[in-house]
Design a binder for this molecule. Structure first.
Ligand SMILES: NC(=O)c1ccc[n+]([C@@H]2O[C@H](COP(=O)([O-])OP(=O)(O)OC[C@H]3O[C@@H](n4cnc5c(N)ncnc54)[C@H](OP(=O)(O)O)[C@@H]3O)[C@@H](O)[C@H]2O)c1
Ligand SMILES: *[C@@H]1O[C@H](CO)[C@@H](O)[C@H](O)[C@H]1NC(C)=O
Ligand SMILES: *[C@@H]1O[C@H](CO)[C@@H](O)[C@H](O)[C@H]1NC(C)=O
Ligand SMILES: *[C@@H]1O[C@H](CO)[C@@H](O)[C@H](O)[C@H]1NC(C)=O
Length: 386
């Protein structure tokens, strides 16, 4: 170790480290903010591990190598130019889709913002505030006629250039309640909008994407991987979407189309819905229950289900920036990632769920619950027997 100064190999290592490190550093400054953080941490960790873990000289060799791979990695993360890239986004009436349409329009992309209601206030606002490149198109993702019509309009505009990116964003939450209480019609609705809708839209636009060797991006949800109570219908539809995306990613590789899935954590949007929507959904849930289920759970418990909406609303982040940056990366980076987890809690939960054994996770999560218990579980034992 003491010989490092006299050893010419160590001098060489040092020089290589300096050059490659400098190049990586230069590249880093051009990449988006979040990339910078992660890479700095990575490089720091590597450097320290190498230097501590082996002799100084070998440490320097390893450090140079890691700088080299880092440099390669960062180069592949470079963003492609905007040029005349066209992007179609579903569900831009409100929330994340609406924010994305505005953001990508500002960056200079040509955006096709499809909406559930072309006469709604969201569509109106997009027309008013965005550039003339953006077109608002009517498309309910569950309506095959409207999907076909949308494709016709897009083809008319892009001609032979194809479509660069498709972002499947439209989605509904459904009524968050325990799986046993949720009517089968709610499950079907969630599947229709969150799964069959995006499948139909994707199938319709894939020929245009293959033409441009473009990008497919699905906004799925953290709930697709993380077992969260009270969202059985939503989570299953998102899990189906995620798995479909992962299979398609492998199948589309040969066409040069790259597929990414986004699993956002909680963001403040309209997905929590209005009080009127919840009243209606709750009514249909109560009407659907069989007498024995109603008896066991009790009216009070069922009416307490909607408390979770308040929790969703309180926990949601109002600033979409992490999500917008990630979608931008998925669309524009030379090598986009397969999975993005924007939002405060999403990445952490993904780590926890993949590291902690199922039994332990379920045991810990058992404690997370609301004060109210089902009627027949909260009764004293002697009373139940009678
Ligand atoms: N917010 C979150 O915390 C969060 C977390 C994880 C994942 N996500 C996902 O992110 C996506 C966007 O959600 P968001 O939070 O932005 O909710 P949002 O504000 O309700 O946005 C969803 C959009 O989809 C539209 N839509 C609903 N049904 C449709 C249909 N059949 N055809 C076409 N468009 C339809 C909605 O239109 P209307 O406004 O007219 O209903 C709305 O514009 C969803 O896929 C959601 O699952 C959100
Ligand atoms: C890490 O990234 C965040 C968000 O992009 C930024 O606000 C913060 O300053 C960054 N931290 C460092 C050390 O670069
Ligand atoms: C929007 O308004 C036009 C004209 O009134 C009507 O033809 C169209 O059906 C409306 N679209 C929707 C989705 O309600
Ligand atoms: C998005 O979902 C649709 C429908 O499930 C699927 O066809 C497509 O491959 C998915 N793509 C991505 C990027 O998730």
């Amino acid at each position: 170790m003491g010989s490092v100064c006299s050893d010419p190999a160590a001098g060489l290592c040092l020089a290589i480290t300096a050059v490659l490190g400098g190049m990586a550093f230069g590249k880093l400054k051009k990449s988006p903010g979040q990339m910078w953080n992660r890479t700095i941490c990575l490089a720091g960790l590597w450097g320290i591990t190498c230097l501590l873990g082996s002799s100084l000289c070998w440490g320097l060799v390893l450090f140079s190598l890691s700088c080299f791979f880092l440099y390669k990695y960062i180069s592949s993360q470079e963003l492609l130019p905007v040029q005349q890239k066209t992007i179609l986004i579903t569900g831009t009436d409100s929330g994340i889709g609406h924010g994305l349409a505005k953001y990508l329009d500002e960056l200079g992309f040509t955006v096709f913002a499809t909406v559930l209601n072309e006469n709604g206030s969201g569509a109106e606002e997009l027309r008013r505030t965005c550039s003339s490149r953006l077109s608002v198109i009517q498309m309910d993702v569950t309506n095959s006629e409207q999907i076909r019509e949308a494709r016709r309009k897009v083809e008319e505009k892009v001609q032979d250039r194809g479509l660069w990116a498709l972002i499947n964003n439209a989605g509904i939450l459904g009524f968050p309640a325990e799986g046993e209480l949720v009517p089968i019609t709610h499950f079907r609705q969630c599947m229709d909008v969150n799964f069959f809708g995006p499948v139909a839209v994707t199938k319709m636009f894939l020929p245009l994407l293959r033409k441009s060797k473009g990008r497919l991006v699905n906004i799925s949800s953290m709930a697709a991987k993380i077992r969260m109570k009270k969202v059985a219908s939503y989570a299953s539809s998102k899990a189906a979407l995620t798995m479909f995306s992962e299979v398609l990613r492998q199948e589309l590789l040969k066409w040069g189309v790259k597929v990414s899935v986004i699993h956002p954590g909680g963001f403040k949007t309209n997905i929590a819905g209005t009080k009127e929507t919840w009243d209606k959904l709750e009514r249909s849930l109560l009407d659907d229950l069989s007498p024995d289920v109603l008896e066991d759970y009790g009216q009070e418990y069922i009416l307490a289900q909607r408390n979770i909406i308040r929790i969703f609303d309180r926990a949601g982040e109002a600033d979409y920036t992490p999500l917008l940056l990630d979608v931008h990366h998925a669309i524009a980076a030379k090598s986009p990632f397969a999975l993005y987890t924007p939002g405060k809690s999403s990445f952490l939960w993904h780590c926890v769920i993949s590291l902690v054994p199922t039994v332990v996770f379920d045991y810990l999560y058992k404690e997370v619950d609301f004060k109210t218990k089902p009627r027949s579980l909260s009764m004293p034992v002697w009373k139940k027997a009678t």
